[in-house]
Design a binder for this molecule. Structure first.
Ligand code: FE2
Ligand code: FE2
Length: 275
């Protein structure tokens, strides 16, 4: 197992950004804003799930995971911090985050489930979901075309690290002996919630902007999801791969993420290097 580097992104998020920061495109701005709104609580859930998960492993099995999990926790914690700053700007712009309370309610309900492996399975499924979206974005940077460089860096850095740590939760789930049936079942649930939640929050953001019922908004959405470089066209196959018995997240190519992190090494400071 290779260790994960923890990086602090050197960007200023105190300076406000435009409402349609993503290339002046209302839909793309609203969609990425929606994603960001889910991160602080979502990523806290991933951190807690994986940390609780490895505690269930016997001592000798736990040691090789500790290093990986520390890197994973460090990366997700920095993502949470940066996206909280980003979301504070969205608050000031008057957007209302209704996705976050839904996640918090689900996390609360899950506390009644005794088997901690369910939370790890949910994390593994969501991590695959985010890793394929990240890979899509790295391969099709048009998604943040025309955005300010600091905001492009934010999304590319996050995408690269999601790709980099894509196997951690999955490996913990496997080490815990989690069932294949539940692994797949949680992917179906996560996919449904993630898709409906991101669309609801995007629509809400667009409504707040008075852009929901504009032709240009729907045209941008159609191209973003179903166009030549569209998300649906490019992520369906890697999404479906999760249901195969021999699936492992490392089967997904991560060279674009590695390259972004190499080429943009002045965009961040290393907080925790490879030991
Ligand atoms: Fe993250
Ligand atoms: Fe992640």
């Amino acid at each position: 197992m290779t260790s994960l580097v923890v990086r602090r992104l050197l960007i200023d998020l105190e300076t406000p950004f435009a409402r349609h920061w993503n290339g002046g495109d209302a839909f793309r701005s609203a969609y990425f804003n929606a994603l960001s709104m889910s991160f602080p609580v979502g990523e806290q859930f991933f951190i807690d799930s994986v940390r609780n998960g490895i505690k269930l492993l016997p001592e000798e099995q736990r040691t090789p995971f500790e290093e990986q999990v520390q890197g994973f926790v460090g990366q997700e914690a920095t993502h949470r911090r940066i996206h909280s700053l980003f979301n504070a700007q969205l608050d000031k712009q008057g957007y209302v985050n209704s996705w976050e309370p839904r996640i918090l309610r689900r996390v609360e309900r899950l506390k009644a489930v005794r088997d901690a492996r369910h939370a790890v399975a949910i994390t593994a499924a969501t991590e695959h979901f985010t890793a394929i979206l990240a890979q899509h974005m790295l391969a099709h940077p048009q998604a943040v075309e025309g955005a300010e460089p600091r905001l492009q860096a934010l999304w590319m850095w996050h995408a690269s690290e999601e790709s980099e740590h894509r196997s951690v939760a999955f490996d913990v789930y496997r080490a815990l002996g989690g069932s294949e049936q539940w692994r797949r079942r949680w992917m179906r649930v996560v996919s449904f919630h993630f898709t409906t939640d991101v669309l609801r929050q995007t629509a809400r953001n667009l409504w707040r902007d008075g852009e929901l019922f504009r032709w240009r908004t729907w045209r941008s959405a159609a191209s973003f999801f179903f166009g030549e470089h569209g998300v649906v066209r490019h992520t369906f196959k890697p999404w479906r791969a999760y249901f195969k018995a021999d699936f492992h997240p490392s089967q997904q190519d991560a060279t674009l993420a590695e390259r972004w992190l190499q080429v943009n090494d002045t965009a961040y400071a290393v907080v925790r290097a490879n030991p």
